[in-house]
Design a binder for this molecule. Structure first.
Ligand code: AMP
Length: 191
């Protein structure tokens, strides 16, 4: 099993690089953002609740996302491995993920952290907002998402560094060069 966390600030390229990783390594993609947006689209009670946080750039409560993941991991016990994209986003979620995997005799193999400077992140997110029309890609929400990232999510880097799993990847430059840097880390782990 190869379980990868793709980590980084909003706009660091997690979704783009996850798509390439899935194609090459055949992993099951788990994006909590995508799962939550699907709930909003379906207008479910969970979606309505999540939207009130997402539209402000805040995190959806831990117990909600952890519950979603618990179910998903149980349902996919036969996969080659997972790529977690946008989860975990808090220390609580990180600890819960370790426990959920452990229950199934698994663990996180690697954490790939995409490092991109703030100005570049803002520029990318504004551009994405124009193209995709994602409602949280506007200047005000982007600023709160970045603050939330530094306050609540970035401490996870230390959590994974202490476990010896953190690999920082320079996340600027071409998509292919960034992917090549990730491949190098994964392939040396998998050997
Ligand atoms: P993303 O598509 O990963 O950028 O996520 C979009 C939004 O969904 C975030 O700004 C949060 O409001 C919410 N979200 C996604 N993943 C999580 C998570 N793991 N924990 C809490 N909120 C999340």
């Amino acid at each position: 099993m190869l379980n990868i966390v793709i980590f980084g600030a909003p706009g660091s390229g997690k979704g783009t690089q996850s798509a390439k990783l899935i194609e090459k390594y055949g992993l099951k993609h788990v994006s909590t953002g995508d799962l939550l947006r699907a709930e909003i689209k379906a207008n479910s009670p969970l979606g309505q609740m999540a939207e009130s946080y997402m539209s402000k750039g805040q995190l959806v409560p831990d117990e909600v996302v952890i519950g979603m993941l618990d179910e998903l991991i149980k349902k996919n016990s036969d996969v080659e491995g997972f790529i977690f994209d946008g989860f975990p986003r808090t220390l609580e979620q990180g600890k819960a993920l370790d426990e959920m995997l452990e229950k199934n005799g698994q663990s996180i193999s690697l954490v790939l952290s995409l490092e991109v400077k703030d100005e570049e992140l803002v520029e990318r997110l504004l551009k994405r907002g124009e193209i995709s029309g994602r409602s949280d890609d506007n200047r005000e929400t982007i600023e709160s998402r970045l603050k939330v990232y530094y306050d609540q999510t970035a401490p996870l880097k230390e959590f994974y560094r202490r476990q010896g799993k953190l690999h920082e990847i320079y996340g600027e430059g071409s998509i292919d060069d960034i992917f090549a840097a990730m491949e190098k880390v994964i392939d040396s782990f998998a050997q």
